[in-house]
Design a protein around this ligand. Structure first.
Ligand SMILES: [Zn+2]
Length: 105
């Protein structure tokens, strides 16, 4: 029944559902944005005692210039608040930087 409890619990205080992550390819410098859905994209993480410790999402992000794959990993606590983010092959940028690099979107 833990899944039911979890769904019911989060429905009381729903965080903003979508997170938009902005990254820049290290190779071609092309900016890419990707949406992460806090309810559909997150996988539960357990500790060694099988106690739920939070969530994790692994995203493969491909830019449209050199088509290289960047691998981003974000972790969340049990309330689905973002804790950490790491990426290989790219760099996280903020929304303003993304818009400056990619003004058409
Ligand atoms: Zn690239």
């Amino acid at each position: 029944m833990s899944w039911f409890k979890r769904i019911f619990g989060i429905s009381l205080v729903p965080p903003e559902r979508a997170i938009v992550v902005y990254v820049r390819c290290d190779k071609c410098q092309h900016p890419v944005s990707v949406r992460i859905d806090r309810y559909n994209d997150l996988a539960v993480e357990y500790n060694e005692r099988e106690i739920e410790i939070g969530y994790v999402v692994h995203k493969s992000i491909m830019d449209s210039t050199c088509f290289r794959i960047m691998q981003a990993t974000l972790t969340f606590d049990t309330q689905r608040n973002e804790q950490t983010r790491t990426i290989s092959g790219g760099t996280f940028i903020d929304e303003a930087t993304y818009r400056a690099l990619h003004p058409t979107t």
